[in-house]
Design a protein around this ligand. Structure first.
Ligand code: SAM
Length: 191
């Protein structure tokens, strides 16, 4: 995976941080997760890491950028997980999906996290979880807003809103982890 990590770094492609992906893969192993929906494939790095855990794991991953999509397909073949990972080249917010997943991993446009969550929450199996990455957004959530560019300020505000949305959510309970770039795991409350 080091070659992929280097490629991402050299080409400025945001992939999961090492301790973040290790944490996610440990969760998948420990909880016997089999079916995963990923929002945001990029070059396929996290999908490959998750698929490599074992052959029974199947992933549907949605990527809207056509160049990323093509690169992901190449990489899935290279790492021999193309039969386990189905990549869909579409905007996740336009794509309709009926299948249920044990884990839904949100790692795409930060401004849309609430929309992704609401759109896909009904695609969870009974004990399924929604995992969200980048909740610290490289430490920017802790900075004074005056120090941020206009673009960053918008993303930071949206992420803060998402965190509030998770904290106040009556349907889901969320745990937050200071791992990688900030990860949360949300599970439907039992009635
Ligand atoms: C942070 S990268 C994903 C990294 C990947 N999960 C990994 O760790 O290897 C986010 C990706 O989400 C894609 N994306 C952003 N918004 C999207 C949307 N609405 N639907 C599908 N893909 C989206 C971007 O094009 C980008 O490639």
């Amino acid at each position: 995976m080091e070659r992929l990590e280097r490629y991402a770094l050299e080409n400025n492609i945001p992939i999961m941080q090492k301790d973040g992906i290790n944490f996610l893969c440990d969760y998948i192993k420990n909880n016997n997760v089999k079916n995963i929906l990923e929002i945001g494939t990029a070059i396929g790095y996290s999908a490959i890491c998750m698929a490599k855990i074992n052959k029974d794991i199947h992933i549907t991953s949605i990527e809207r950028d056509n160049n990323m999509y093509k690169k992901a397909l190449e990489n899935l073949k290279k790492y021999q997980v193309e039969e386990q990972v189905l990549v869909i080249n579409d905007d996740a917010l336009n794509f309709q999906i009926n299948k249920k997943y044990d884990l839904i991993f949100i790692d795409a446009a930060k401004a849309q996290y609430i929309n992704f969550f609401n759109k896909f929450k009904d695609n969870l199996t009974y004990n399924g979880v929604i995992v969200s990455d980048n909740l610290d957004f490289h430490g920017t959530l802790l900075l004074d807003e005056d120090k941020l560019t206009k673009g960053l300020k918008g993303i930071v505000r949206k992420l803060k809103k998402y965190i509030e949305f998770l904290k106040e959510n009556e349907e889901f309970e969320t745990h937050f982890y200071k791992i990688g770039d900030g990860i949360s795991i949300s599970r439907r409350r039992k009635k």
